[in-house]
Design a protein around this ligand. Structure first.
Ligand code: RTP
Ligand code: MG
Length: 141
């Protein structure tokens, strides 16, 4: 399995629950390294741009409103098979369907307030990391 990078966001609900450290700890225990990180309160335009692929979906407005409801924690994670590994740690989009012990099972309240985002493929990971971090702010280690 190749070393990959993926973009992770701890969403406003999980930031408000004060579980940033708990979630970072899960990344680290799974062998994922935080190689870039920042807290940010997204503007509407930033959130709409980030989720542009979902612009035509009925849940788009709710998604954007939720993502700008408070600050988020944004990080790039690096490790073997990082994209799939992060999705595994996150659990299913709907926390009711998420495996016990996953981040969403433990911290998410609903399909809207679902605690974390993770890139879903190498192409989207590259675009999403570049969306938030200039190359000089990503530290391979
Ligand atoms: P994410 O992009 O945030 O990591 O989540 P995901 O891949 O698991 O899910 P995706 O299909 O990409 O959807 C993005 C976010 O939109 C909200 N959503 N709501 N009401 C609905 O049917 C619905 N479907 C998706 C979720 O908050 C999801 O995380
Ligand atoms: Mg997605």
């Amino acid at each position: 399995m190749a070393i990959e990078r993926t973009l992770s966001i701890i969403k406003p609900d999980a930031v408000a629950k004060n579980v940033i450290g708990e979630i970072y700890s899960r990344f680290e225990k799974a062998g994922l390294k935080v190689v870039a990180s920042k807290m940010k309160h997204l503007s509407r335009a930033e959130a709409e741009g980030f989720y542009a692929v979902h612009a035509a979906r009925p849940f788009f407005n709710d998604l954007v409103n939720f993502m700008i409801s408070g600050p988020v924690m944004i990080q790039a994670l690096e490790g073997e098979g990082a994209i799939a590994k992060n999705r595994e740690l996150m659990g299913a989009t709907d926390p009711k369907k998420a495996e016990p012990g996953t981040i969403r099972a433990d911290f998410a309240d609903s399909i809207d307030a679902n605690a974390v985002h993770g890139s879903d493929a190498p192409e989207t990971a590259a675009v999403e990391i570049a969306y938030f971090f200039p190359q000089a702010e990503v530290y391979s280690r």
